[in-house]
Design a protein around this ligand. Structure first.
Ligand code: GN1
Ligand code: MG
Length: 351
C-alpha cells in the first residue's frame, strides 16, 4: 500500500518514521496498521464494489457515535478520525474510499476462539452494543448493503446460479446443492419471522465474528469494531454469526472437515454473555429462536459460498481453485453438527 500525499495530508500525518503493516483479515475491505513514531492507526479502504454508497457507512457511524456520546458517555466507542475538512471518510478519485481509525493501545484481536471466556466477552460486547442502542431510532440508519441477511433473496440467488452457473462446477456440487434444497425449511422459518410482530428490528452489527472485538491483555472485551454492516436487523443475525464463528475450533477455511465441532461450553458462553446484556430486551418468541439463529447464519453462509463458487467466485474471490466450494462444504458440515447437538443445546438454555 502506497500512502499518497493526498491521504497523508488529509489526516495531517507526517512521513518520518512511518511504517505500514497490512492486516489480512476480512474478505471484503483492505486494512493496514500505520505506525508513526509513537502513534498507530488503522487505515481501511472500503470496497465500494460491494458498499455502493460508502458515505452511508460514515453516516451511520456518526449517528450512532453521537447518540452514544449523549446517552452513554462512558461507553467505549471508536469513532473514525476526521479529515482536515471534517469528513468521516476520504474519497480519492481513482483510488477509492478510505477511513482512518485510532489504534487502541494495548488492545488486540483474535482470529479463533480458544477459551469460552473469549466467547462470553464477545457475546457480551455485541449484546451490550445493541442494548445501549435500544432507544435509538433504528429506522434512521441507512442501508449500507441492501438485503444483506435476506435469506429469501440469498436462496433466490442460489436458484439463479443453478440455472446460469458454471456447468462443471454445478456437476461437482450436486451433493451440496441437494443438501441446501433439503433444508429449505430454514428459509421458511425466516419468512415466518418477518411476519411475526414479536420480532423487533434493532440496531444490529451483522458481522459478529471474533476478530471484530478488541480485547485487552486479560482477555476482557474492550469494544466492538467494523461497523460497515451496522443496519436495522434481527438479533438472529448477530447471535447466529457468533454461533457460526465461535462454536467450532476451526473456521470456514478449514479443509479437514473432521476438525469441525460444536463445543457446548462455548455455546453456553455465548448464551450467558449475550443474555447478560439482552436478557431483558428479548421477548419469549425471540428467545425461542436463539438456536435457530445459528442454523440461519450457517445455512445462509453455506448458500453464499456455494452460490459464489457456482458463479465463478465473483463476490468473494478465491485464493486457490475451489476455495468457495471448500468453504461451502465446511459450513454444511458445521450445520449438520449443529443439528446433531440441537437437543442438547436446547436443554442447556431451558435450564
Ligand atoms: C465477509 O469481509 P468480512 O470478513 O468482514 C462478509 C460476511 C461473511 C464473511 C465470511 C460484506 O465479511 O457477510 O460472513 O465475509 N461480508 C460481506 O467470512 O459480504
Ligand atoms: Mg466485516
Amino acid at each position: 500500500m502506497e500512502l499518497t500525499d493526498e491521504l497523508l495530508s488529509a489526516y495531517n500525518l507526517g512521513t518520518s518514521d512511518l511504517q505500514v503493516v497490512p492486516i489480512r483479515n476480512g474478505l471484503i475491505n483492505a486494512t493496514w496498521r500505520i505506525d508513526i513514531s509513537h502513534n498507530s492507526y488503522i487505515l481501511q479502504k472500503v470496497n465500494h464494489q460491494i458498499f455502493k454508497i460508502p458515505e452511508n457507512i460514515a453516516f451511520n457511524v456518526r449517528m450512532v457515535a453521537d447518540y452514544l456520546q449523549k446517552h452513554h458517555p462512558d461507553y467505549f466507542f471508536i469513532s473514525p478520525i476526521q479529515t482536515h475538512s471534517n469528513e468521516e471518510m476520504l474519497h480519492i478519485a481513482d483510488k477509492g474510499y478510505f477511513r482512518l481509525i485510532p489504534f487502541v493501545k494495548n488492545s488486540h484481536t483474535i482470529n479463533t476462539v480458544e477459551m469460552p471466556q473469549q466467547a462470553f466477552e464477545a457475546a457480551k460486547k455485541f449484546g451490550e452494543f445493541t442494548r445501549l442502542l435500544s432507544g435509538f431510532p433504528v429506522e434512521k440508519l441507512k442501508i449500507t448493503l441492501p438485503d444483506f441477511h435476506n435469506l429469501t433473496l440469498r436462496y433466490q440467488q442460489f436458484s439463479e446460479a443453478l440455472e446460469n452457473g458454471d456447468h462443471l462446477r454445478l456437476q461437482e456440487s450436486k451433493e451440496y446443492i441437494r443438501f441446501i434444497k433439503e433444508h429449505k425449511n430454514i428459509v421458511t422459518i425466516y419468512e415466518n419471522i418477518l411476519r411475526n410482530h414479536s420480532f423487533k428490528l434493532r440496531v444490529t452489527h451483522h458481522d459478529t465474528k471474533i476478530s471484530n472485538v478488541l480485547f485487552d491483555s486479560k482477555n476482557t472485551g474492550l469494544c466492538v469494531i467494523d461497523l460497515d454492516t451496522l443496519m436495522p436487523g434481527y438479533f438472529i443475525s448477530d447471535v447466529g454469526d457468533m454461533m457460526r464463528t465461535y462454536l467450532s475450533p476451526v473456521n470456514e477455511e478449514e479443509k479437514d472437515f473432521s476438525k469441525i465441532e460444536i463445543r457446548e461450553a462455548y455455546f453456553k458462553s455465548i448464551w450467558d454473555g449475550y443474555m447478560a446484556e439482552m436478557g431483558n430486551e428479548l421477548n419469549a418468541e425471540e428467545r425461542n429462536h436463539f438456536i435457530y439463529a445459528g442454523k440461519f447464519m450457517i445455512y445462509m453462509q453455506a448458500i453464499r459460498f456455494l452460490t459464489d463458487h457456482l458463479n465463478n467466485d465473483t463476490y468473494y474471490g478465491a485464493k486457490y481453485e475451489g476455495q468457495n466450494f471448500v468453504r461451502a462444504g465446511n459450513q454444511i458440515v458445521l450445520f449438520k453438527k449443529l443439528l446433531e447437538k440441537e437437543g442438547l443445546l436446547k436443554k442447556m438454555v431451558e435450564k
